[in-house]
Design a protein around this ligand. Structure first.
Ligand SMILES: *[C@@H]1O[C@H](CO)[C@@H](O)[C@H](O)[C@H]1NC(C)=O
Length: 462
């Protein structure tokens, strides 16, 4: 059942909120900052003041776009066709595209932010009908999108870090059978930094009609629980999921009441419309400056004058609650993404907890093929049911987000040292890598030592 009001402060202390807030207000730059620098805009000096790291996308009408039954009885001939193909060995349907016309054949169809997409639910449904092998299981199909700037990172180890963050996402996706797209170009040249994610998400929706959900994950966020899966059932009646806290949105009216760096968006017309509305606040829009003023006035804690996508999203929740809010799920029950400062100190204790569980359950410690890893994640839930989620929990945090660390530019927030960011990223990435390497028979003994592994003994940790 959907319970959007569940305690929103559970896993975030006021202290952590302040930290997060400061992290976002002081340092920053983001993904496409180098590009932006080249553009030589006067805005740059201000941009540098703030922070972030996110790109992302979002919101509009109330339309139920769930694909409960994308296939109807008229589609038998396609099924037959496809089955023939399948029996000849292409069971995934990857080599099958019937000659019938779809939205791809419409000359007015386009992927740019300026091209309006209409009747997307119907068009997607038609495409699915003609591609039966993708129609089955569509509700659970998630497509991950991430990315970074087109040019080399300023931080000498920035590209190394981005590679490891990307490897981490590829690992997660492989384990769960998700596809992933890494975009490193501005699809709308004016939508730089955190505004670059909206065009990426829109293009991904059109390129992947087989995916029900598009999952934007910032380049500086790492999966630190390789087993946990999104509770999609909980989002059945929603089209956009973000990590946030309702009291901070509606009572505190804070621009850091949610995080726009990780979000899940249903591949549907509502999302197309939402992206239009949201993007109106972006730098490619005639209304950009106006929105900067509106957002700055609305959020007392926003110190920089430019319109940013995160404030824009909070604004839409505040002002368009009736029209849009009903389809937006503000997730606060688990680390849909979590602030690294409140997470990384717990890795050793969490590791101990999991070893303790594996000592009790021989099936969990016995090696198995990576392909069947999800079965063991499900099995482990039995042992985790009492540990809870969030700040005080010894459950692995799902996603650890390095807000304010700016791995690519190196322009980290002055609140912490570059060393503390680097150590924390290293530890989180190796903590995650240990969960992957286990299936390959090895382990990093020291989370700060990325280069060294030891073989795992049979039946470890019996
Ligand atoms: C880890 O566990 C120990 C022993 O229970 C405890 O004293 C310590 O505070 C814990 N560390 C963290 C960061 O939670």
């Amino acid at each position: 059942m959907v319970s959007p009001e569940l305690s929103s402060s559970f896993h975030t202390s006021p202290m952590a909120n302040n930290l997060r807030h400061n992290a976002r207000t002081k340092s920053s730059y983001s993904f496409f900052v180098d590009n932006f620098l080249l553009a030589g805009s006067a805005l740059l000096a201000m941009l540098v003041l703030w922070i972030f790291y996110s790109f992302m996308g979002t919101t509009t009408q109330n339309q139920d776009s769930t694909f409960s039954n994308p296939i109807d009885s008229n589609s038998k001939s396609t099924i037959t066709n496809n089955n023939n193909i399948q029996t000849s060995g292409f069971s995934s349907g990857l080599e099958f595209d019937p000659p019938d016309k779809t939205f791809y054949d419409d000359p007015k169809m386009g992927y740019t932010m300026e091209t309006k997409i209409e009747n997307w639910d119907e068009k997607r449904k038609v495409w699915l009908k003609k591609h039966q092998s993708f129609a089955s299981g569509v509700e659970k199909r998630v497509f991950l999108v991430t990315g970074s700037q087109p040019s080399p990172c300023k931080n000498p180890i920035g590209d190394h870090l981005l590679l490891r963050f990307f490897k981490n996402k590829v690992d997660y996706c492989r384990i769960h059978g998700y596809d992933i797209f890494y975009n490193n170009v501005l699809l709308q040249p004016k939508m730089f930094t955190y505004w670059a994610k909206q065009p990426s998400v829109k293009a991904a929706m059109l390129a992947h009609p087989e995916a029900e959900w598009i999952w934007w994950v910032d380049s500086d966020a790492a999966f630190t629980d390789m087993e946990f899966k999104l509770p999609l059932e909980r989002y059945r009646d929603h089209n956009l999921v973000v990590h946030g806290w309702n009291n901070l949105i509606y009572e505190e009216k804070s621009w850091t009441s949610l995080n726009a760096g990780v979000f899940l968006m249903r591949n549907c017309q509502w999302s197309m419309d939402f992206l239009d509305i949201w993007s109106k606040m972006g730098p490619q829009s005639k209304e950009y400056e106006k929105w900067g003023e509106i957002l700055k006035t609305t959020f007392k804690d926003k110190i920089f004058p430019e319109s940013d996508d995160q404030s824009g999203l909070v604004y839409l929740l505040l002002k368009e609650k009736e029209k849009l809010g009903g389809k937006i799920y503000v997730e606060s029950e688990f680390y849909f993404e979590g602030y690294w400062m409140e997470i990384v100190g717990k890795f050793d204790n969490i590791t101990e907890k999991y070893i303790e569980i594996e000592k009790q359950e021989n099936k969990l410690r016995r090696m198995h093929a990576e392909k069947v890893n999800e079965a063991y994640g499900n099995m482990r839930e039995h042992y985790l049911k009492d540990v809870g989620f969030g700040l005080m929990s010894l459950r692995r945090p799902f996603i650890t987000h390095f807000t304010g660390c700016q791995p690519c530019s190196g322009a980290h927030n002055q609140m912490y040292s570059g060393q503390s960011c680097w150590d924390a990223m290293n530890r989180a990435l190796n903590f995650a890598d240990n969960q992957v390497l286990r299936n390959y028979g090895f382990v990093h003994q020291d989370l700060l030592d990325s280069s060294t592994v030891s073989p795992l003994p049979f039946d470890y940790p019996a």
